[in-house]
Ligand binder design. Sequence first.
Ligand code: NAP
Length: 290
Amino acid sequence: MQLLDGKSCSQQIRQEIAQRVAEIKATGSRVPHLAAVLVGNDGASETYVAFKVKDCQEVGFDSTLIRMDENISEQELLDKIGELNADDSIDGFIVQLPLPAHIDENKVILAIDPKKDVDGFCPENVGNLILGLPTYVSATPNGIMELLRRYQIETEGKHCVVLGRSNIVGTPMAILMSRKSNPGNATVTIAHSRTKNLAALCRSADILIVAIGKTEFVTADMVKDGAVVIDVGQTRVRDSSKKSGFRMVGDVDFDKVKDKCSYITYVTGGVGPMTRASLLQNTLKAHSRL
Ligand code: NAP
C-alpha cells in the first residue's frame, strides 16, 4: 500500500504558484487577489476560510476576507456579490458554504460572475466542464485529479465508483473521470443513498472515490484487493484528547481498509490539502485571464 500524500503534492503546487507570482511581481504587474465572503460564525467555515487566507499569503497572493453577520438579508449578500463582481482589483472570490438557512444558496451561486467563480460552482462553469471547455473546476475534484496525475495512477479503462453525487464533489468528479483525458477515460458509476447492493458495487471498483460525509462508512469488505481508494470525507468528531476538542474522521475506515489498497489517501493529508491548492490554481487562472 502506498499513501497518496496530498500534503507534499500540494506543497509542490504551492511552490510552483509562488514561483509564478514572483515572475508576475517582477514584471511590475498586480498579483492575483482572492476574496472570501464568510457569513456568520460557523466553526468549520471559520477554519476553512482562515486556511484559504493563509494559503494566499504563503504563495504571495493578495487576499480579502469579508465577514458578514449571520442575520444579514439575502439581498445584502447579493449586493456584496455585485460589488465583488464589479471590483477590477479582485480576480476571483468564494462565498463560503453552507449559508444560514434563510439565504438561498442557489441564488447566491447564480449571482457570482462566472469569470470570478473560482469555486467552479456556477452553471456556466459546470456546463463548460461537461463540454470539456476551459473552466474553473470545483476545487476538490480538481485536486483529486491532480493527485492521480502526479502519482501517475492508471485510470484508463478502469472501473471508477464515485460514492456521493453532490454538485461540488461527486458529480463533477464522475464527469472528470469519464472524460477523454489522462487521468480519465475510466468507466464510471455514480452511487448514492438509493443505490442497491452498494457493498458489491464498491467491491467492483478499481478506483473508489468516497464523498458522503458518513464516518468510516467504507469497510474492508467493500474494497477490492489492489484498489485505489480516495477518501474525501471529513467530519468533525468530538475528541477531548485533542487541543481543538475534535478530530477529523473520513468516510473510509482507514486502518481496516489500507492493507487491501494499492494506493489510499489519509483524511487530513490527502484530499483536503489538494482542495486548498486547487483554489489557488483557479485564482491564478482567473488572474491570467485579465
Ligand atoms: P453532500 O452534499 O452531503 O452529499 C453527500 C452525498 O452522499 C449525497 O449524494 C448522498 O446521497 C450520498 N450519501 C449519503 N449517505 C449515503 C449512504 N449511506 N450511502 C450512499 N450514499 C450516501 O456532501 P459533500 O458536500 O459532497 O461532502 C461529502 C463529504 O466530503 C463531507 O464529509 C465533506 O465534509 C467532505 N468534503 C471534503 C472536502 C475536502 O476538501 N476534503 C471538500 C468538500 C467536501 P443522496 O444524493 O442520495 O442524498
